[in-house]
Design a protein around this ligand. Sequence first.
Ligand code: HEC
Length: 175
Amino acid sequence: MFRTPVGFACLAALALAFPLTTAVADDAQIARGEYLVTIGGCNDCHTPGYFFGKPDRSRFLGGSDVGFEIPGAGVFVGRNITPDKESGIGNWTQDQIIKAIQTGERPDGRVLAPIMPWHAFAHLTADDARAIAAFLQNVKPVSHEVPGPFKPGEKVSTFVFRILPPGEVAAAAPK
Ligand code: HEC
């Protein structure tokens, strides 16, 4: 079909305009990201309803309805990590998403509470971290403003997981 130099030139131009190999790699990258997000438990802490046994798939990764209390630090709710521009991470670059996942540092400089397992995710390979970010940039945007973080003593508007010191656990145990 492409026996003439013009034919080759057309093929070369097409290859430049539509780099097929990149498109295929992107799909594979996003599929890899989906796999890692699934086994990484992101859904547990970032999708509403999960801790009540009914994760709301229509708001997948749109932010939790439960906060984690870290004694002395406050209460932290799993945030909206969909590409919604107002309430999610839609304005973050892929590198900013990777940085937050692997070092805990958000673009505004705040360091995420360690209940977000970024210390563990720091061990992801560079390719896997990028695949997760690519997948997050391709999920359905969900509009949901997650409350908090709440300072110690501040009134909290969500359910809370609280870590109790041993004495208080004993006192709270059923008799
Ligand atoms: C055990 C619960 C938990 C798991 C599992 C978890 N996260 Fe989080 N994540 C959180 C909490 C809580 C926050 C908010 C912490 C804070 O505000 O300091 C957070 C914050 C984030 C942020 C920053 C968002 C923002 O607006 O600041 C990103 C990005 C993120 N998580 C991605 C992920 C990904 C990707 C996974 C899975 C690979 C994951 N998280 C797994 C609890 C979790």
